[in-house]
Each structure stands twice: as C-alpha cells, then as structure tokens.
Ligand binder design. Structure first.
Ligand code: SF4
Length: 174
C-alpha cells in the first residue's frame, strides 16, 4: 500500500531495511481507492472496508505487504494493510514476538533469504531441474481468478497462506 502521509523518500528512510517495501508497476486496489484503506473508524460491518479486505486477499503483494506492515509499526499505525486492521496487526506482532523472539523481523528476513537462495540453487542445478516434473498445461481451475468474487473459504485460505508465510520454519526450528 502506498503511504498517503509521508513521501516515498521519508518512508524509505524510516522503514526497516531488512524487509523490502511491497513494490509493483501495476496499480493495486489500495492505490486507486486509498480512502477505503484509511477509514476514520474500523468496522467489520463496513461494506467499504470489507471490499478493501477482499481486494487485499486477492492482491499479489499481500504476503510482502503484510510482512512490511508488521515490521514497520510506526509507519502503519493507521489503515488496512494486507487485510489487517491496526488492532489485528498489533495482535500478530505480539504473536510473532512470542513465537520467534523480540527480533522476529531478523528471523523472518533470514528465512526468506534462505528460501530465496534455495530456490536459486534449485533453478540453476541441472540435476534438480531434470528431476522436476514436466509442466502441466494450465487447467480451468488454475486460470486467474482475480476478477471473481472471493468466497469466505478462499479468504480464509489466503489469510492462512499469509500467516504461514510469516511463521514458516517455526516448527522445523523447534
Ligand atoms: S495487500 Fe492490500 S494494502 Fe497491500 S498492496 Fe495489496 S491491496 Fe494494497
């Protein structure tokens, strides 16, 4: 989400450098209708806020956006970020501190880097590539669904993917 309060340079200077800002050349829904993402009062009953949350759940930047918002509380005191309200983000931060420690941002950033290195190694290792199954033709079920309404089940699944992305590796590390 774009910050409507501070300039990009100010945000970059204040943001935690371990977590990349969610950037895209495409217009995200929050950039085209920012007023929905910055309500005066937060309410589950607000149709506009529900529409904002649904747009976040379909957004390709959602995982990165949630991580950035959680890692930068002073920059995300207000607004809906990755379908979360300020109260929900505070709860998630508390949960991350309990699970990963006070410097949970470093833990998550390290894990993301390790996943990135593992992915790069796999892409450039001919033996691993040969073991890859052949790419299947996209089925009707795999076609982009970003223009279709999100069902409650899909929204729940998307939220679980977002949260799992932040906490993955916890069980392995335990
Ligand atoms: S997840 Fe939501 S707040 Fe974040 S960039 Fe996408 S639409 Fe904007």
């Amino acid at each position: 989400m774009s910050s409507t309060v501070r300039s990009t340079a100010a945000v970059a200077a204040l943001a935690d450098p371990r977590v990349p800002y969610p950037r895209t050349t495409e217009e995200t829904a929050c950039r085209t209708r920012p007023q929905r993402w910055f309500p005066v009062r937060y309410s589950r009953d607000s149709i506009e806020q529900q529409q904002a949350r649904n747009a976040c759940l379909r957004c390709p930047l959602a995982e990165q956006c949630l991580l950035w918002a959680l890692a930068n509380p002073e920059l995300t005191e207000h607004g809906i970020w990755a379908a979360t309200s300020p109260k929900k983000r505070a709860h998630l931060r508390t949960s991350l501190v309990e699970r990963l420690g006070a410097d949970w941002v470093a833990v998550v950033a390290d894990r993301r880097q390790a996943r990135g290195r593992a992915g790069t190694a796999q892409r450039w290792n001919p033996r691993l590539r040969a073991a890859d199954p052949p790419a299947a033709a996209p089925s009707a079920a795999a076609r982009p669904r970003h223009r279709e309404p999100v069902t409650p089940q899909q929204a729940t699944r998307n939220r679980m993917v977002l949260l799992a992305a932040l906490t993955s590796g916890r069980r392995r590390a335990a």
